[in-house]
Design a protein around this ligand. Structure first.
Ligand code: GLU
Length: 388
């Protein structure tokens, strides 16, 4: 069998079938062919509505969801009725200008149907690769997430030139995932995953369910299975996998040619999981412990100290006092009733809201704040205790 020796090292099994709800921050990349029907010349609204419903369900469960949506050029082509065939750079840039407006509107409407606010973010390669611009783009996206909006991101194709553009949204989505410390990147495409040899009529190609590590053999499989799709094909998806998994983000390639594609992944649809060698919880904890400036403090009662030491999350009920002017997602110190530092963590509420719900049961949060936030003030995975 092809690559069998190497597969033992690089292909593994998941310890359990992961549900998307196991992840806190999820980037969903949507390919052009899923959204735009080039023959019928328009947007696949019904499919988009089914995806938006899945996004809304995860969002309602307290997950942060970001969308990286392709389709500007394809949609622009359709709106302008451009003839088939490849486009010159200036043609595709102008087509993207027309298509992006329609794309952004479609997302705003589809998410709006679930009372979600979409925020359009158009980035160029420089925005993710140059530190100052990277920090700027990252903080804009962080603000959108803090406001519980859904960032809808694409490359700014209208101004990106050949030399300085991503050209494919797989790698862009991987950069967005690492930039925002997402723990999962979902690539929805017209294939349902990585095959061990070219799939097709008469082929005995098998879908690889789990890739524990991206090795040259895995890259060889990608080259063989998707050579005709080169850009945006399996090779760029593997490149995206390298970017994501190196930074502690899991990735899954799954078919978007079904209604409710995210829900289907959660129900065990055929797909390929790329596991990160870095445990995202461990890498996030290292990051929390090591590199963040605490923006405030939560003083907690003795019962909460005990619960935290027993491995529990910090609930609003255990908080006695809130100090500082932090925002949602900022690092804060956690202090015991005597002021002694117990640990630090990423807080799920901003300082004003944290103050309003301190000492209250999680069930009261909706009544007090008027929205359902996280049950935990600081989730266990976002908390590092002294000595941990
Ligand atoms: N940014 C391109 C667009 O919106 C898509 C790139 C890709 O297909 O990956 O048309």
């Amino acid at each position: 069998m092809l690559h069998s020796a190497a597969m033992n090292n690089s292909v593994g099994t998941m310890p359990k079938s992961p549900s998307l709800k196991d992840f806190r921050r999820i980037v969903v990349k949507v390919g052009s062919s899923l959204l735009v029907d080039s023959s019928a010349g328009g947007l696949k609204r019904e499919w988009l509505a089914s995806l938006a419903a899945d996004v809304a369900a995860l969002h309602k469960d307290g997950r942060d969801v970001l969308v990286v949506s392709s389709g500007a050029i394809a949609l622009g082509r359709a709106v302008l009725r451009l003839p088939p065939g490849s486009l010159k750079l200036e043609d595709s840039q102008a087509a993207a200008a027309v298509g992006q407006i329609a794309l952004a509107r479609a997302w705003a409407e589809a998410l709006g149907a679930h009372a979600l606010t979409a925020g359009q973010v158009l980035v160029t390669l420089g925005d993710t690769e140059e530190r100052r611009r990277y920090l700027n783009a990252r903080s804009t996206i962080a603000k959108l997430l803090e406001w519980r909006s859904v960032p809808v991101i694409n490359e700014n194709d209208t101004v990106a030139t050949t030399e300085i553009r991503y050209g494919d949204n797989d790698r862009l989505a991987a950069r967005v995932a690492t930039m925002t410390s997402a723990d999962l990147l979902v690539l929805l495409s017209d294939v349902d995953g990585l095959y061990d040899k070219p799939p097709g009529v008469g082929s005995d190609a098998r879908l690889v369910p789990v890739v524990a590590r991206i090795t040259p053999d895995i890259e060889a499989m990608a080259g063989a299975s998707g050579s005709e799709l080169a850009r945006g094909g399996m090779l760029t998806k593997i490149e995206a996998g390298k970017i994501a998994t190196t930074a502690g983000t899991h990735m899954v390639i799954a078919s978007g040619r079904v209604q409710h594609p995210l829900e289907k992944i959660g129900k065990g649809a055929a797909c390929t999981w790329f596991l990160t060698p870095a445990n995202p919880v461990t890498s996030r904890k290292k990051w929390i412990a090591g590199s963040l400036e605490p923006r405030g403090a939560l003083i907690i009662d003795a019962g909460a100290v005990k619960a935290l030491r027993g491995g529990k999350s910090l609930l609003p009920a255990g908080v006695i006092k809130v100090e500082g002017g932090f925002g949602r997602g900022d690092a804060v110190l956690v202090r015991g009733p005597d002021g002694h530092e117990i640990g630090r963590g990423l807080v799920a509420y901003d300082a004003d809201d944290a103050d309003k719900i301190k000492g209250r049961s999680s069930a009261d949060v909706l009544l007090i704040l008027g929205y359902t936030g996280r049950t935990e003030m600081i989730h266990r995975d976002d908390l590092v205790l002294g000595g941990e």
